[in-house]
Design a protein around this ligand. Structure first.
Ligand SMILES: C[S@@+](CC[C@H](N)C(=O)[O-])C[C@H]1O[C@@H](n2cnc3c(N)ncnc32)[C@H](O)[C@@H]1O
Length: 341
């Protein structure tokens, strides 16, 4: 913890500071290069990811009895890369019935497929699949730290990223920590207060009339939260110190277990249990495997062999231990108890 700028007004909680730095005028996510200019998500890693999401949408379609209108809503759509890939991967009969939404705070890209409805809010009612890849980790959160007397306090931050401790935590933030991320008495222990993510997820899930809501993100679970938290920055492909000045992404891993409970407490999700699994398991269940093609293919179809080898490499990246494969998938069914995975 360092001392920082003198003006009292410069000090704010991380949540308010991040909100402005990412989404305010001139904020990081308003920049023309988009998220892909600074980091690589599963969507950018390989078209196999969009193919798997398209297969998941088809399974949801079956479970819903092939409705006349099938919705696919990509929440936190970046520059529309996933929704574009999903439309390209769907069978013609399904795509003809699909209404595709890209929900994003940034402006619509100029060359986007005109079938995609670009908007800054979810539609009121979704019958189909709501998919949020690396959205929740960008829902800003406050940070707590244990002080030298063992008391959890709010961490305040100045625009240059220096921090100091504020008031002891109380109210809903303290309640959330006590339940989901009990801070050890060890001075310097830190936690991110995930309550705004629980609320954001619950609000998103409420828009689903029937179907499935899926959140995919870096995650940790109760009992194994990191001692010093996970708040970090990304700039031009590199991890960096988080500074709330609009020059870098500010992100923290997501307590998806808490989001699952919040999502399940909604009226529309009654009776359908959420599921948490790793991306590795989710993608395998959606037929993405890193198996190498048989060597015999190299002689019978050399070009096909090279293509299959490249696909296997991409699948391996999407399912890698210590990498994207460790991401969490939260599946929240609504109005159907048929497990799509
Ligand atoms: C880490 S990027 C992920 C982009 C994309 N889903 C991907 O996986 O490549 C997070 C995106 O969520 C968007 N976002 C954050 N909060 C949002 C909100 N409340 N509504 C819509 N988009 C939001 C940001 O602008 C940003 O483009």
């Amino acid at each position: 913890m360092t001392k920082g700028p003198g003006a009292e007004s410069a000090w704010r909680g991380w949540r308010a500071a991040t909100e402005d730095a990412l989404y305010g005028p001139g904020g990081f996510y308003r920049r023309p290069e988009g998220p892909a200019g600074h980091f690589r998500t599963s969507v950018h890693a390989s078209p196999l990811f969009a193919g798997a999401v398209a297969r998941l949408l088809c399974r949801v379609d079956e479970a819903l009895g092939r409705p006349e209108r099938l919705d696919f809503a990509d929440l936190g759509a970046g520059r529309g890369e996933l929704v574009t890939g999903v439309l390209a991967a769907l069978p013609a009969e399904v795509v003809a019935r699909t209404r595709a939404y890209a929900v994003e705070l940034a402006d619509r890209p100029a060359d986007l497929d005109e079938r995609i409805d670009w908007r800054d809010e979810l539609p009121d009612t979704i019958t189909g699949l709501l998919f949020a890849n690396e959205w929740l980790d960008n829902v800003p959160v406050d940070v707590a730290e244990t002080d030298p007397a063992g008391v959890p306090r709010a961490v305040l931050v100045a625009p240059d990223g220096t921090e100091r401790l504020g008031e002891p935590l109380e109210g809903p933030a303290a309640d959330w920590l006590a339940r989901w991320w009990p801070l050890p008495a060890e001075p310097g222990a830190r936690a991110e207060i995930g309550l705004p993510r629980d609320l954001a997820w619950a609000a998103a899930v409420r828009r689903v009339a029937r179907g499935l809501a899926v959140a995919v993100d870096y995650t940790h679970a109760l009992g194994a939260r990191p001692l010093f938290g996970t708040l970090t920055g990304f700039r031009e492909g590199r991890e960096t110190t988080p500074v709330p000045d609009g020059t870098c992404d500010i992100t923290a891993h997501v307590a998806l277990d808490a989001c699952a409970v919040a999502g399940s407490a909604q009226e529309n999700t009654a009776g359908a249990a959420p599921r948490l699994l790793t991306q590795r398991d989710a993608l395998r269940a959606l037929d993405v495997t890193g198996a190498r093609p048989p060597l015999t293919l190299a002689t019978t179809d050399p070009a096909g062999y090279v293509r299959a080898l490249a696909r296997a490499g991409e699948a391996a990246e999407l399912t890698a231990t210590g990498g994207l494969g460790d991401f969490g998938w939260l599946l929240q069914p609504v109005g159907t108890d048929q497990a799509p995975l």
